[in-house]
Design a protein. Structure first.
Length: 343
């Protein structure tokens, strides 16, 4: 593998038919806390909120794992939070991520911050049915990146301040006119649109009188999000999570190729479909700071994947099923540097 061949491979993915999958690594690069920081925040906050002995005992078992260096996701698998503890985890998580999200938002508006994903979107010619982004993140960075590029972010809600959940008609909010097509009637014209599917929820989503809405500026701790652990599989089958999960799986099945950014392959909601497609050889690029063990096994076992990750101080390791090579003084694993280098 030489660098010119690698650049050509990357360029071929920036076209229609590519589905983008975004994990926490991209948000982490923009200042949103990751699982390690969230675990520390939970350890600071949760003990101050618990009163009932059963809740204290339940959290104590989880905290014991965290103190012993076990990751948050694994700790919440080892000990299933009861309903009270889970609710406190959700509220603390939403507040913590929400504060960081608001800071990024203000930096975009007043500090001229350019999101990596904004640069990424500009490399696509988005037209027709638009493009699809699937993210397991709660934050709104994808939506911010879309709108700073004058692209509609369709999250399956319609409206601005108290947006209703209307997955069958939300795309028509991007309709800007019609073209007459003789005997075939009329064809709708759409402005650039990105469908953003969020199977784990979003800081903007809220349940009011058992009805889901998207309300950007509502009380953050009441956000509809699925926290890590076993309970997320139960919650993933309720509205609006179920539609987002189902639509995401459909998009994964129908995609021609994937670009996967900062995702560690730790979510069964998506991976039943995704891994099946990867093993079938569907072309895939992975950009991440470091590959998880599961991701590395997939790269080595699937002929269609090319992965880019950090190596040494300022180098990039490129891996596929045939082997690996390191390119010195090149940060292709970082979206900003990759786009500058390739485009």
């Amino acid at each position: 593998m030489d660098i010119d061949t690698i650049k050509k491979i990357i360029q071929e993915f920036f076209q229609e038919g590519t589905v983008t999958i975004v994990g926490s690594g991209l948000s982490l690069a923009e200042g949103i806390p990751g699982m390690l920081e969230l675990a520390k925040e939970l350890q600071r906050q949760i003990p101050t909120l618990l009163v009932e002995p059963d809740d204290v005992k339940n959290w104590g078992e989880i905290e014991s794992d965290l103190t012993n260096g076990i990751g948050l996701e694994e700790a919440l698998h080892n000990t299933k939070p009861n309903l009270h503890v889970e609710e406190f985890i959700r509220k603390v998580t939403a507040r913590f991520i929400g504060e960081a999200d608001n800071k990024v938002f203000n930096d975009i508006l007043t500090g001229g911050k350019q999101l990596r994903f904004s640069e990424y979107l500009r490399q696509f010619n988005i037209r027709g049915q638009g493009m699809t982004v699937i993210t397991t993140n709660y934050d709104r960075l994808i939506e911010y990146a879309c709108e700073t590029n004058d692209i509609m972010a369709d999250t399956l809600f319609t409206g601005k301040y108290i947006a209703s959940y209307k997955p069958k008609q939300s795309k028509y909010a991007a309709c800007i006119g019609t073209q007459r097509k003789s005997s075939k009637g009329v064809k709708l014209e759409f402005s650039p649109r990105v469908t953003v599917l969020k199977p784990h929820g979003c800081l903007s989503w809220h349940l009011i009188n058992d009805v889901p809405y998207s309300i950007p500026n509502y009380i953050m701790e009441n956000s509809l999000i699925i926290t890590p652990g076993l309970n997320k599989y139960r919650e993933g089958y309720s509205v609006p999570f179920d539609t987002h999960r189902s639509r995401a799986n459909d998009e994964i099945d129908n995609a021609q190729r994937y670009i996967i950014i900062g995702y560690g392959f730790g979510d069964d909601h998506l991976e039943t479909h995704l891994i099946q497609q990867l093993k079938a050889g569907k072309p895939t690029l992975i950009f991440t700071y470091s590959l998880s063990e599961k991701a590395e096994r997939l790269v080595k076992g699937c002929r269609g994947i090319t992965a880019f990750c950090h190596a040494n101080s300022n180098d990039t390791k490129v891996l596929n099923s045939s082997g690996e090579v390191v390119f010195e003084e090149t940060n292709l694993w970082d979206l900003h540097e990759m786009i500058k280098e390739v485009f």
